[in-house]
Design a protein around this ligand. Structure first.
Ligand code: GUN
Length: 296
């Protein structure tokens, strides 16, 4: 079997188009413009690229983008004061503090200062608790993107065996909660799991989010399974820089029923879901119906 390739780039473009259409309608019918504030502290080169891309995508869908760049030595009090002012600003519906923060800043304290209703990353402890108890919350963007692709491919997910490899707070744990919310039978595997290959082979849906290049190989994939590769690993092969996932693509694609490539799979969905979350936050803040198909 050769797997169907799930085109995350095309899917993300569809999500962004849906967001843009909804944003235009909000403007016409309600005189509203969703706004996203992104806070970057310091000069981390990868973070600067992410922030630039977020800004461009935000503008492209018709939202307001508020960028706050602070220097690397910014103190905690100053950063918290900025978050307080964004929490109080009615033009700002979503707030994202780009991670990692410089070492002298306490990320947990900073993230938990964001108004949970504006926490479009879904990292605030209140949103984590709401998701864990099956209540309405803001959902982390990457797992939300994976869920959208899985629903699109499978229709209903109820009863499917899902194995999530990786237990991070940003991807693995919320992904497992979302799959449970859609009535999958969920296993969370990780670096200490015994006989990982055997556990993975039980999966109808296999989500790889371990951060280890090409760790999930074809022999670990059940024939016909759907494989979602969250990994983005920069490696050097044959003297060339290369981007690979957590899944060994060639061997997995020979066995799987469907698979996301790297690049062009999960990656583009993350920013699309950030925009979707900002739109959702704006609708909720104004007592309006949430955008259909763009939430968990
Ligand atoms: N840094 C890398 N990915 C992310 C993300 O999804 N959200 C935030 N806030 N920072 C990041």
């Amino acid at each position: 079997m050769t797997a169907k390739v799930i085109d995350g780039k095309a899917f993300a473009a569809t999500v962004r188009a849906q967001v843009a259409e909804h944003v235009a309608r909000l403007h016409e019918e309600n005189g509203l413009q969703p706004g996203l504030a992104v806070v970057l502290v310091g000069e981390d080169p990868a973070s600067k690229v992410y922030v630039r891309n977020k800004h461009a995508s935000t503008i492209e869908v018709g939202m307001a983008s508020f960028e706050h760049r602070l220097d690397a030595e910014t103190g905690e009090a100053e950063l918290l004061a900025l978050i307080d002012s964004l929490n109080a600003d009615p033009k700002v519906h979503g707030i994202l503090v780009q991670l990692p923060l410089p070492a002298h800043l306490n990320s947990e304290l900073v993230i938990n200062r964001i108004d949970p209703a504006k926490d479009v990353d879904g990292f605030h402890i209140s949103n984590v608790g709401l998701l864990g108890t099956g209540q309405k919350s803001m959902v982390p963007c990457t797992p939300l993107g994976c869920l959208m692709m899985l629903r699109d491919h499978h229709g209903k997910l109820a009863g499917l065996n899902a194995v999530v490899v990786g237990r991070s707070n940003i991807v693995g744990k919320p992904m497992a909660q979302l799959l449970l919310g859609d009535s999958c039978t969920v296993t969370i595997a990780h670096s200490r799991t015994k006989d990982l290959a055997e556990v993975c082979r039980r999966a109808d849906i296999l989500v790889a989010a371990v951060g280890r290049p090409e760790m999930i190989t074809g022999d670990m994939v059940r024939p016909g399974a759907t494989v979602i590769d969250v990994g983005i690993n920069r490696i050097e092969r044959d003297g060339k820089a290369k981007l690979v996932g957590d899944v060994h693509y060639a061997s997995a694609a020979a066995v799987a029923g469907a698979i996301t490539p790297v690049p062009g799979g999960v990656g583009p969905m993350t920013i699309a879901c950030l925009l979707a979350n900002t739109l959702t936050a704006c609708c909720r803040a104004n007592g309006l119906a949430e955008p259909e198909g763009l939430t968990a």
